[in-house]
Design a protein around this ligand. Structure first.
Ligand SMILES: *[C@@H]1O[C@H](CO)[C@@H](O)[C@H](O)[C@H]1NC(C)=O
Ligand SMILES: *[C@@H]1O[C@H](CO)[C@@H](O)[C@H](O)[C@H]1NC(C)=O
Ligand SMILES: *[C@@H]1O[C@H](CO)[C@@H](O)[C@H](O)[C@H]1NC(C)=O
Ligand SMILES: *[C@@H]1O[C@H](CO)[C@@H](O)[C@H](O)[C@H]1NC(C)=O
Ligand SMILES: *[C@@H]1O[C@H](CO)[C@@H](O)[C@H](O)[C@H]1NC(C)=O
Length: 695
């Protein structure tokens, strides 16, 4: 009797102290901000197809930031709707943060990962190869990213509250496939037998709540290329993962229905997606629909492209279906209990010069121990051919110059032939571009990359500077798990396309068949073992305060060149005005239909309207209330230059009336800016007639 009472008291005390330590466990802040660069006239980054120039917006792009603080250490994770992150971009973000917060945010504790959407404006990576297909460096894209990333971190910083973190994970099927299965099967059978699938199908989620269990935010990692939108798309889009974020945030922020305005923030972040496609119907010959050759991804007779698509009937449907699957699984995870993360926070960072790294590699097929080293960057032939998610990076075939690209044409004469050393170092890879030996006009691809590792309790996040293939990611995870004595496979998370972009990373065995991913593994056949050694080193330094920062990447800002002309001027045709509505909506519109209206406009590049919008759909409720902006799935903002010479242009705004839309009176507005021949920028607005929505 006596005993059991003190027992109960003991438990009560335990619960109390537990509660106490919970409320003091972490301070958590989340923030979201707009990073949408120029939506018209700039080539998208991803397929790097010069023809794929933006002409409007389907989904706006956002940066989502998560600040976690345990009282003495801070860590920031940022997921950005963009193609990749470059060292120059991160450096500028850190510079801005340091101006504002001194040393609170620094090289060690800020981790920035790109979602890898292929439908955002390019020109912000600085390294020459990555900007060449976009006509060079584009400061508007760069500045929009810097501004938005910094703002999202500021918002997260300002709103830190006491909270708790939970980790959950589960399998998600029917959402991703391997796009280079013939490379994957080069990995030893004994290793492949450990895994059920040839891509990772688990989603890992960190769930953030306050001490009253109120939702704050979440990050879900799932390996998938955001390439549901193919290279024919001309509207800025955050693709499948971006729309999954929008769906999740809409669900959690019911009262704040405008997109990208918080307070709940949901990121679907990238992982080891190197060989992972969302186009799950798989590759087919585009015209005849027959299966492509497994090994070469070519079609019989070489007369047509081999492309993967699905599961929808077009790219919008496919994006939506994949996004909904991601969202549904993430919401299931959100509702499950999960395992609480507690404990200290550590994060370490080091720059490494990859070509000068060396390590020992045990060949899994022969058991032979090899002394291996890195190479100067080079791209192989298959890189030019592209993947089944999209055609080659430059649209050129071997020996051809790049069509319609003055920057490329000006340079073809300077392209070096690889040295004997370089040819030997890259082994089986036939070198197309020996980028590491080309220094004109400046660095083509990075040789110094960022590597970073963070630990929160027993969760480890490895920030990798490129696109690890499925098996590369698995090897890195298992090496880190061993090193840090972690229990579960999902204790190590790979944050993809993080801090620096250095293309792909395959296993040495996958490298042997030289598909696109291997041709783009730029530091040679042993790139992966070199990285594994580096991340093991970071793991051993997680708790130390003195870490050699490594060599600094070169500052490319003074070299940058741009061939993209500015907006010259805008004007209207005689007798018309900017903002004039040239196509009015019908008087009555039924739910499910799409309203299309047109306005006389200026060039969207005149003002990016960050944190704002080029359009609103408004409902009359005694006053006009905005119910949708250009960030909504159901709206499209499409810009067209009518006459380059006269500077006239037009926008079309489409609104698909969703089932949940109320009966009532509506109008659509357009907000734009014009540039005069003297360079002055002026705003205008346009408004349609009022129309009625009926069920
Ligand atoms: C890209 O998507 C569009 C729209 O769904 C489709 O018509 C086209 O065939 C696709 N092209 C390729 C190469 O996948
Ligand atoms: C926070 O993490 C650091 C290690 O990074 C540790 O020294 C410290 O004790 C932790 N603080 C709390 C309150 O857990
Ligand atoms: C060739 O490579 C070896 C070993 O990587 C290096 O020692 C040597 O300096 C290189 N030679 C040239 C000309 O770059
Ligand atoms: C507009 O109307 C809505 C709904 O009737 C109301 O909640 C809101 O406060 C009004 N806004 C202004 C500025 O009057
Ligand atoms: C034009 O509109 C933008 C976006 O709303 C605003 O930031 C800017 O100050 C406006 N410019 C002028 C001259 O009113």
């Amino acid at each position: 009797m006596e005993n059991s009472r003190s027992f109960r008291l003991f438990f009560l005390l335990l619960a109390f102290t537990n509660c106490f330590s919970y409320t003091n466990a972490y301070k958590i802040g989340v923030g979201i901000a707009d990073v949408t660069g120029p939506s018209a006239g700039v080539t998208f980054m991803g397929y790097a197809n010069i023809e794929q120039k933006g002409n409007g917006i389907h989904l706006r792009l956002f940066s989502r930031a998560f600040v976690i603080d345990n009282g003495s250490k801070k860590f920031v994770f940022v997921s950005v709707d963009c193609g990749m992150i470059g060292s120059g971009l991160r450096k500028q973000v850190l510079r801005r943060l340091q101006q504002k917060y001194k040393d609170i945010y620094n090289e060690n504790n800020v981790m920035i990962s790109a979602t890898h959407t292929h439908s955002g404006p390019g020109g912000y990576l600085m390294d020459f190869l990555f900007d060449v297909s976009v006509l060079g460096f584009i400061s508007e894209t760069f500045n929009a990213l810097v501004k938005g990333i910094v703002l999202s971190i500021e918002r997260a910083h300002k709103h830190q509250i006491n909270g708790r973190i939970f980790r959950t994970d589960d399998t998600l099927l029917n959402t991703n496939i391997n796009r280079s299965p013939t490379a994957y099967i080069q990995n030893p059978e004994s290793e492949r037998l450990k895994y059920k699938y040839d891509v990772d199908k688990h989603m890992v989620q960190l769930k953030f709540v306050d001490t009253n269990n109120k939702a704050i935010g979440m990050i879900s990692w799932f390996a998938i290329h955001p390439t549901s939108m193919n290279y024919t798309n001309r509207l800025v889009s955050s693709d499948n993962v971006g729309y999954a974020s929008v769906l999740f945030e809409k669900k959690m922020n019911r009262k704040h229905n405008l997109i990208g305005k918080g307070p709940f923030v949901a990121a679907f972040a990238s992982s080891n997606l190197g060989d992972v496609s969302p186009n799950i119907v798989g590759p087919r010959c585009q015209i005849t629909g027959v299966e492509c050759d497994m090994h070469t991804s070519k079609c019989p007779g070489n007369q047509e492209h081999c492309v993967a698509a699905g599961p929808g009937n077009n790219i919008f449907e496919s994006t939506k279906i994949i996004a909904e699957r991601l969202y549904k699984k993430a919401f299931e995870l959100w509702e499950s209990k999960g395992e609480e993360i507690t404990g200290s926070i550590h994060s370490v960072h080091q720059f490494v010069h990859m070509p000068s790294q060396s390590t020992e590699y045990e060949d899994p097929n022969t058991g032979e121990k090899l002394k291996v080293h890195g190479c100067l960057p080079a791209m192989g032939h298959s890189f030019a051919a592209g993947t089944t998610d999209g055609p080659g990076l430059f649209g050129f075939k071997q020996g051809e110059t790049m069509p319609n690209n003055p920057l490329w044409n000006a340079l073809t004469n300077t392209i070096a032939t690889p040295s004997e050393n370089q040819t030997k170092c890259h082994g089986i890879k036939p070198i197309l571009l020996t980028t590491g030996e080309m220094n004109f006009p400046f660095e083509w691809q990075p040789t110094i990359v960022s590597t970073q590792l963070a630990r929160i309790g027993n969760i480890v996040i490895a920030c990798v500077p490129g696109e690890f293939t499925t098996m590369s990611g698995r090897r890195l995870r298992s090496a880190l798990r061993m090193k840090l004595q972690l229990q579960q496979d999902t204790d190590v998370i790979i944050a993809g396309l993080c801090n620096t972009y250095s293309d792909y990373i395959t296993t040495p065995e996958e490298y042997q068949v030289q598909r696109y991913e291997a041709a783009s593994t730029i530091y040679g056949p042993y790139t992966l073992p070199l990285y594994i050694k580096q991340y093991e080193l970071l793991a051993s330094m997680l708790e130390s305060d003195e870490i050699d920062p490594g060599p600094s990447p070169p500052d490319l800002t003074k070299h940058l060149i741009s061939f993209l002309p500015p907006v010259m001027y805008d004007s209207t045709s005689w007798g018309t005005q900017f903002g004039e509505c040239t196509k009015q909506p019908p008087a009555y519109v039924r739910v499910g239909n799409t309203v299309s209206v047109k306005f006389i406009s200026g060039h969207p590049r005149n003002n990016l309207r960050l944190e704002s919008t080029y359009l609103t759909v408004e409902l009359f409720t005694g006053n006009w209330t905005v119910i949708a902006t250009d960030a909504n799935w159901e709206t499209m903002f499409i810009w067209e230059r009518i006459s380059f010479l006269w500077g006239t242009s037009e926008v079309e705004i489409r609104w698909q009336v969703q089932p949940e839309v109320k009966n009532g009176y509506y109008r659509i507005r357009h907000f734009g800016s014009t540039k005069s021949v003297y360079g002055q920028i002026e705003n205008y607005t346009g408004t349609t007639q009022v129309f009625k929505v009926v069920k």
